[in-house]
Design a protein around this ligand. Structure first.
Ligand code: F6P
Length: 467
């Protein structure tokens, strides 16, 4: 205590993963997902510390400074990874919080590991935080940390932000030890969600499950007030804009277009390969458009970047097999030598490569079955300084509440997906520009800096920040 950091981020992953390069040399690579892209710039400028896992089992690397961020690794054993990360976090809580898109699995030993690992994260945060520091805990892997941290360090200001959806009351009620998870969150002073309905679900649960009396956006608990509110997350708009203006990125974008066929229109999907992202339905819809002759291989091409994610979890492995089979089938049936309708990349891409793809795109496809926000949608909009390009966007993403000028779609309905894809492809250029201009104005006015500032101001004083 005492000498520590006045601002501490606590998240399952550190913003960088320790990986081994082809030459056997250890290197740091950016961790996957929207959480890291949103928070890394804030951690860098705040001069605080980041407590998290290094991304590989049994790695006991000590404190490090990488890319201007003070890293405080929490080591996880292979069994911790199996039970806490792949088990309770990603096979129980993740599917349940995403509307049961896949059936959640419940195992007692996973819950025990989840509790033990959450305790280690809380202890690590307690160790590095200065007296009266602000500690910001993130996401569904660490739902118990706020209460554990408070009991270790009652002097701290503790914020929690959930990056994924918070489920409706009746789904949350299915969780074993549900009251304990709720009490875990109530250890925070401020609990942030992507959408107002999520905050309402949470507050309602404090009444029905714990007999508390929530009122407006807060609830009294153990002599404190806990505030629950929506803070829709965003992106580093200036950074995406900088990349989009970079001549090397623009050159790469032109090269991609030429390689894919200048006369073809490009549809693009960029997702972690996750069953919540609606990748299968999207590819199925595209395949049907080809089968019906509504589009042809000479006119359009689909690029799907599917970033590898949670590759040891059975549901992710099965999804990969299904997607790859369907891509093979479509390319086999509708492709020609040197020209296939679907380019599927099971690879991570650098921010430069992604922005080059965004710039080359005619229609961006962001069609998750359920998504807390979806930052790819916002990145695409931020990249399109030319005010061109259309976006098909799932109604079931947090982003849809802000980007109403996209072609909104029900991603569970393949007919609706086809309708929206054709509408976006056929929209007159003026219409696309008007839509893009409005979306850009929203994204520019609400970047990740503003998101963080609003959250941290509300953590400081919920009433001042509300005005
Ligand atoms: O926001 C959802 C989230 O699970 C983050 O917590 C995480 O950093 C990201 O997606 C990527 O997932 P994972 O860390 O499991 O690869």
């Amino acid at each position: 205590m005492g000498d520590g950091y006045s601002f501490v981020v606590v998240a399952n992953r550190l913003p960088v993963d320790r990986t081994t390069g082809e030459d056997g040399e250890q290197q740091w690579t950016r961790s996957p997902g929207g959480l890291v892209s949103a928070l890394a710039p804030i951690a860098r400028t705040s001069g605080g510390a980041w407590v998290g896992w290094i991304g590989a089992p049994d790695d006991d690397t000590g404190p490090q400074e990488v890319d201007g961020i003070q890293l405080r690794p929490v080591p996880l054993s292979a069994q911790d990874v199996d039970r806490y990360y792949e088990g309770q976090s990603n096979s129980t809580i993740w599917p349940l919080f995403h509307d049961l898109v896949e059936p959640p699995v419940h195992r007692r030993e996973w819950r025990q590991a989840y509790e033990a690992v959450n305790r280690r994260f809380a202890e690590a945060a307690a160790e590095v935080a200065a007296d009266g520091a602000t500690v910001w805990v993130h996401d569904y892997q660490l739902l118990l940390v706020p209460a554990m941290l408070r009991s270790l360090r009652p002097d701290l200001r503790i914020g929690f932000f959930l990056h994924i959806p918070f489920p409706p009351v009746e789904l949350f009620m299915q969780l074993p030890r549900r009251a304990e998870l709720l009490r875990g969150l109530l250890g925070a002073d401020l609990v942030g969600f992507q959408r107002p309905l999520a905050a309402q679900n949470f507050l309602q649960l404090t009444g029905s499950l714990l007999g508390l009396q929530p009122h407006d956006d807060r609830v009294g608990y153990e002599g404190r007030t806990v505030v629950a509110r929506a803070f829709p997350i965003s992106i580093d708009v200036a950074e995406i804009d900088r990349l989009a203006a970079d001549p090397a990125v623009q050159w790469e974008s032109d090269r991609l277009r030429a390689d894919l066929g200048d006369n073809r229109r490009l549809l693009l999907g960029v997702d972690r390969l996750d069953y919540t992202k609606g990748i299968e339905q999207r590819i199925e819809a595209f395949g049907e458009l080809l089968a019906e002759g509504a589009v042809s291989n000479d006119e359009v091409v689909l690029v799907q970047v599917a970033t590898p994610s949670r590759i040891r979890v059975a549901q992710y492995q099965q999804l990969r097999e299904r997607v790859e089979r369907e891509v093979g089938r479509i390319n086999g049936e509708y492709g020609a030598v040197g020209r296939v309708p679907v380019h599927y990349l099971f690879q991570s891409r650098t921010p430069e490569e992604l922005v080059a793809l965004y710039l080359a795109t005619d229609v961006m496809l962001v069609t998750p079955l359920r998504d807390g926000m979806n930052l790819v949608a916002k990145e695409f909009v931020a990249a399109r300084r030319d005010e061109l390009g259309a976006m098909v966007l799932s109604e079931f993403t947090g982003a849809a509440a802000e980007l109403e000028d996209a072609f909104l779609v029900n991603p569970h309905d393949v007919e609706d997906l086809k309708r929206a894809m054709l509408a976006a492809l056929d929209a007159p250029p003026d219409d696309r520009t008007v839509r893009m201009r409005r979306m850009r104005s929203r994204v520019h006015g609400h970047d990740v800096d503003r998101w963080a500032r609003q959250f941290l101001d509300a953590l400081d004083d919920p009433d001042r920040a509300k005005d």
